[in-house]
Ligand binder design. Structure first.
Ligand code: NAD
Length: 257
């Protein structure tokens, strides 16, 4: 079993969905956690604290480089270190490219891609000093393939896989690894919004959920935040020390088609 006792993990966008699932897995393995994100903050803090480790929260807006710098500095000042960095914060907007609002393009690129550059840039020197680190970028199956109406999201996630490869190469001769995880559909608020939009159009909520899965995900089942948390935990283990620059999909067979 992987033990992360004494390690500190910073998970961006961890008040909900996949980020919260990952925070649970890392805290259960003994890591101290820095949570970030909006919404149900108190609930997330309370839930992750139940694993027994130290848990802090920072409200940085991941579209703002100066706030990202404060987030990494906060984590280092609270715990002396960021050993595990999980770049997870992300948003979605669905529209054809010619109707895509330019300000949504900018915010998706900022939150889903540029934020990972800023956190990585600032957390890496500390990892190098201590001679160990794990960076896990939560990309998407949309880092590997495209879908209509998701120009900004697909571009950002493809970019995130590029960043992952470069950071993996630049750290290849150290005990720091950088990898990406590529989930298929996970039933979180981000996806529920897309199901709700389909249900509004068709008037059939259960049908909208079935259709969403049937279009892309051969297993016809959602991936869970818990399963993704366990995959991230594996990538943080010593067994994964030669997994470098990988784009590891957990997608119910989506990308195998
Ligand atoms: P979610 O909406 O449940 O959670 C997103 C998290 O990011 C929340 O904690 C939210 O508060 C935070 N966040 C959003 N904007 C932020 C900002 N500007 N600054 C700081 N925090 C911010 O979504 P999710 O489905 O759990 O998505 C998490 C990640 O997983 C995203 O990067 C998403 O692209 C990726 N992903 C999701 C799916 C899926 O099917 N749900 C599939 C593939 C990849």
């Amino acid at each position: 079993m992987t033990t992360l006792n004494g390690k500190t993990a910073l998970v961006t966008g961890s008040t909900s969905g996949i980020g919260l699932g990952i925070a649970h897995s890392l805290a259960a393995a003994g890591a101290n956690l820095v949570l970030n994100g909006f919404g149900e903050v108190a609930q997330a803090l309370e839930a992750v604290r139940r694993h027994g480790g130290e848990v802090r929260y920072h409200p940085a807006d991941m579209s703002r480089p100066e706030q990202i710098a404060e987030l990494v500095a906060f984590a280092e000042s609270e715990f002396g270190t960021v050993d595990i960095l999980v770049n997870n914060a992300g948003i979605q907007h669905v529209a054809p490219v010619e109707e895509f609002p330019p300000e949504r393009w900018d915010s998706i690129l900022a939150i889903n891609l540029s934020s990972a550059f800023h956190t990585t840039r600032q957390a890496l020197p500390g990892m190098r000093r201590r001679g160990w680190g794990r960076i896990v970028n939560i990309a998407s199956v949309h880092g590997l393939v495209g879908s209509e109406q998701k120009s900004a999201y697909v571009a950002a996630k493809h970019g995130l896989l590029g960043l992952t490869k470069v950071v993996a190469l630049e750290t290849a001769q150290t005990a720091i690894t950088c990898n990406a995880v590529c989930p298929g559909w996970v039933l979180t608020p981000l996806v529920q919004q897309q199901i709700d939009a389909r249900a509004r159009a068709s008037g059939d909520a259960a049908g909208a959920r079935r259709e969403l899965l049937a279009e892309k995900q051969p297993s016809l089942e959602f991936v869970t935040p818990q399963q993704l948390g366990e995959l991230v935990l594996f990538l943080c283990s010593e067994a994964a020390s030669q997994v470098r620059g990988a784009a590891w999909n957990m997608d119910g067979g989506w990308a195998a088609q």
